[in-house]
Design a protein around this ligand. Structure first.
Ligand code: B16
Ligand code: MG
Length: 216
């Protein structure tokens, strides 16, 4: 018998693919500052906070900025990003995500969100998935970003379960490390070479089922 009682989901890359909108908005900002970066470089921004993303991008462009301009730049990027995610619809839920959430609910598992994004609330509302979550931990609540386990520990606390009773679903290496540091099982979404340390790696939630969950 598995002792798993709760599932904690990362948002971007697991439930929806907002990385493409982050990329477009950051690219627009970089272009305005006079440089560019590739989609490949964008991979490094997955799962990390807005502030840390800006620091990396400015580094790629060899640009030094101090506060309050850094804050203004992050704010500009976010306003373009929010414009794009405000147009999201349920059609943008990644394959299998809604079905898996429904199966979990039906089977009595608790469900939490554990995302670095400060925009998680808007996204869940736009794609119509709010009601599946018993707890939402996002970038507005946390003070330490992944790979710090805070985001997932807070999720377990809000659900009233122990870390050992949680499985985290994550697409970013920083998130896999965060879940492990929190003493949780972790299912990596993506490819095993990018997600060392995960207990199981699948291509997406369409490949997940109750049987696999119980075996973790
Ligand atoms: P925001 P996740 C993360 O979401 C994204 O993967 C990452 O690229 C982004 O910088 C971060 O959210 C912060 O997002 O600017 O909306 O606060 O994967 O943790 O769900
Ligand atoms: Mg992610």
């Amino acid at each position: 018998m598995s002792n798993i009682k709760a599932c904690i989901f990362d948002l971007d890359g697991v439930i929806v693919d907002t990385a493409v909108y982050h990329y477009k908005a950051w690219k627009r900002l970089a272009n305005e500052l006079g440089f560019d970066f590739t989609e490949e470089a964008n991979e490094k921004l997955k799962g990390i906070s807005r502030k840390e993303s800006l620091e990396l991008i400015l580094g790629w462009g060899g640009i030094e900025k101090q506060e309050p301009e850094r804050d203004n730049l992050a704010h500009r990027k976010n306003s373009w990003y929010v414009e794009m995610i405000s147009e999201m619809t349920p059609a943008e839920i990644l394959p299998g995500a809604k079905e898996f959430l429904s199966n979990l609910k039906e089977a009595g598992y608790l469900i939490a969100l554990g995302s670095a994004s400060k925009n998680a609330g808007i996204i869940l509302t736009k794609v119509g998935l709010n009601d599946y979550f018993d707890a939402i931990v996002d970038g507005n609540i946390i003070t330490a970003s992944k790979p710090d386990p805070q985001v997932f520990l807070k999720g377990a606390e809000m659900l009233g379960v122990d870390s050992s009773e949680c499985v985290v679903f994550e697409d970013a290496i920083a998130g896999v490390e965060a879940a492990k540091a929190g003493g949780m099982k972790v299912v990596g979404i993506g490819s095993s070479e990018n997600l060392p340390g995960a207990d199981l790696v699948i291509a997406g939630l369409h490949e997940m089922n109750m049987e696999q969950l119980e075996k973790l």
